[in-house]
Ligand binder design. Sequence first.
Ligand SMILES: [Cu+2]
Length: 675
Amino acid sequence: MKSTLLLLAVAGAALLSVASADASNAQKQHDVNFLLWKVNEHLRDEKHKEYAKTFDPEADKSHYSDNGEAVHRLMKELKDNRLLQQKHWFSLFNDRHREEAIMLFDVFMHCKDWETAVKNAAYFRDRMNEGEFVYAVYAAVIHHPLAEHVVLPPLYEVTPHMFTNTEVIQEAYAAKMRQTPTKIKSTFTGTARNKEQRVAYFGEDIGMNTHHVFWHLEFPFWWQDSYSHKLDRKGENFYWVHNQLTVRFDAERISNYLEPVEELHWDKPIHDGFAPHTSYKYGGAFPSRPDNVEFEDVDGVARVRDMIIIESRIRDAIAHGFIIKEDGSHIDIMNDRGADVLGDVIESSLYSPNAQYYGALHNTAHIMLGRQTDPHGKYNMPPGVMEHFETATRDPGFFRLHKYMDNIFREHKDSLPSYTFDELNFEGVHVTNVAIDGTLETYFEDFEYSLLNAVDDTEEIADVDIDTYVPRLDHKDFSYNIEINNEKGSETLATIRIFAWPRQDNNGVEFSFDDGRWQAIELDKFWVKLSPGNNNIVRKSADSSVTVHDVPSFKTLMEKTEAALSSGGDLDLHEFESATGLPNRFLLPKGNQNGMEFDLLVCVTDGEADAAMPDLHTKDDFMHYGVNGVYPDKRPHGYPFDRHVEDERIFEQVTNFHHSHVKVYHHGEHIHHHD
Ligand SMILES: [Cu+2]
């Protein structure tokens, strides 16, 4: 989601004046499509080819808002032959790789007009590592105001190796050699002997993986405000997006009769091993890890001891209620801002007030986990799945790591005072009934995507379709039917927050309210105007503001773009502009045959007091994880269940909340819609 606010506030007059002479949406979409199409091969667009050959990035510095500083820096690295070679793996967690990718991103961000950006992209695509190039283009399209309406093609069709099993990729290469159109079945990794396989559909879902990548692109840990603006509540968003992955994964586990994830401990073995069955396009297979590996120090990264020290410094800060800044002064965290500061500290991002002291618990832990197969670099293994946002959730270790960090956040949140009746009460507003129209029912459906960009080819031979199909969790459409009585006597702006959590654990033991609420899954959040008297609000599951819809396939995107270009018509891909958010398919946890019980909480709070911007009740696609310069909801993420519940009766006493029980069914049917 690109920001218009941001465009006005930061980019200023210079940008607006060139924007009028700017390329059309269809032209921009065409350029991005072709820059990312077959990214490991040569450029295919004639104009781009010409740019790559003849453009001199430093010839006219007036096209850059920094007078060509960023491009000069990158050109110097190129001329000095310091850049990572092509046809080599790329990892964001490799400091040098990341530095190079960001240098290119920095060039894009300083291009004052679209054409200059495209010329640079074509030029550097021919000369830089492909992984770095893709990363820089994705980050720039997300953050550059000039790319506001550009839709990024599905990442699993741009770099299919990062999403697809090795066996399937090998078959794709064979199909390409034979020039035979092929549809290949993909299955999840592991076997029935491994109970973790029961939830592999979650960690290996290509849409969920894309969501994870996109979130980290919207809120990069390497972000500096000088690129354009401050990322609002970045640290708190970090906590929340991973909290939601953690609690959702546990709900999937309970759906499949598995115990919730155990948190990771540095001084205990990593119980579950992992065989990724995934390979780099260049650089061989992702390393596997056997069961019950003891953590070892990783050369050049960290000692296990360092991790424990960093953790205890963070826990100390939580116990003290303040973070110590680099200059020795204190930041109070005993308030709603606390989680934001802690998020910056724990990830850590460049927003961390003291990375020297608190380290980078999350990022370092990702690398530590990723390297346990070859901690001393004896076997020259490439980075593990944990070192890529695309692949990290495939490893059950990911969820153990995030449970561990989530518990640190909980320690902080639980140290804050509970909400009181007066804080939660919305005087004169009563939720009188909540019903579900339709049934809460999930199923698996096969989904097809193209592997064309995985295989090598030549321009002379025409493409044949090479696709794979993979089962994905989805749910039937349903609506919430909410009755609200407004006694205020005038129109009232209200926020509606919908949460659900599993009623019982995998042994059938009921969760206490306080444990249940910490596992609250955010299903939706929206603003409405309540009329005086009775209001009947019907909210569709498809409209959930925490989810996004599937982006069209790369092929469809290209066809639509070319059709718009040749007819001179408009290209409106508005609904796909932001891919940050869980796939809507994942709104409901899988549930089970008997109906898995959930507590359903509908909370209506004061919209006037909550809203960080006007007219939220007229917007339907504002939310996700919040960018646009300002996060729309002033309340903390997870409100009102983010704090320790001292006395759950309060939640039954406030009439603006509604608590009921619902069941989510899964009948095991599997819908195939390929040939
Ligand atoms: Cu993450």
